[in-house]
Ligand binder design. Sequence first.
Ligand code: DC
Length: 221
Amino acid sequence: MSFIVAIDGPAGTGKGTIAKLVAKEFGFMNVDTGAMFRCVTLAMIRENIGISQSEKIEKLLNEIKIELKEENGEQVVFLNGEDVTNQIRTPEINSFISDISKIPQVRTKLLELQRKIAQGKNVVMEGRDIGTTVFPNADVKIYLDASSEERARRRVIQNEEKGIVMTYEEVLESVKRRDKEDSERKISPLKKADDAILVDSTNLTIDEVAQKIYSIIKEKM
Ligand code: DC
């Protein structure tokens, strides 16, 4: 038996933090699907592969090894055995990722991987299309949202912690661009599933969002 919690929504809504808390609270496995798209993006940049080079992309996808592990309570991401946890969260990756997440071969490969990882397990999986495409029959579907201004404000704080220098205006622009590209792409666009529960985190603390989601999950268990 497996119990699946799908958390979807745009960047900066706190999906990552919430998924981590849910995993801890219920002892579920946490699957960050954005990290998988980030690994493919990093691999393509490193190998200098363009988005229209189908054959090269196919080869890369056949050979790529992406692993999500937990070490001391923190998620560690491995690309072909190398720890790339920090390297996949740079402005450079953010600027390429929407184009790479549109590539049908990339989506097919990661869809397979996401379903395989969850097989027979209790998982909380966060991304953009989990409740709509990856697990349309998920036990709990949450769509986490927040205003773009609030999301940009949060990202500026995260960037400062990581030593990334970007103004609020630049971050807001990048947040809006990625929202637009993620929700307008043809395959698996970012969209609230009809049966997903909308949680707006604009004026809520992380703890308030977490409590809300815990009670939704407990009701379904
Ligand atoms: O959650 P994140 O910001 O790490 O995701 C990075 C990008 O990956 C996001 O802009 C779109 C893509 N993505 C996707 O297309 N489908 C998913 N399930 C998860 C992420």
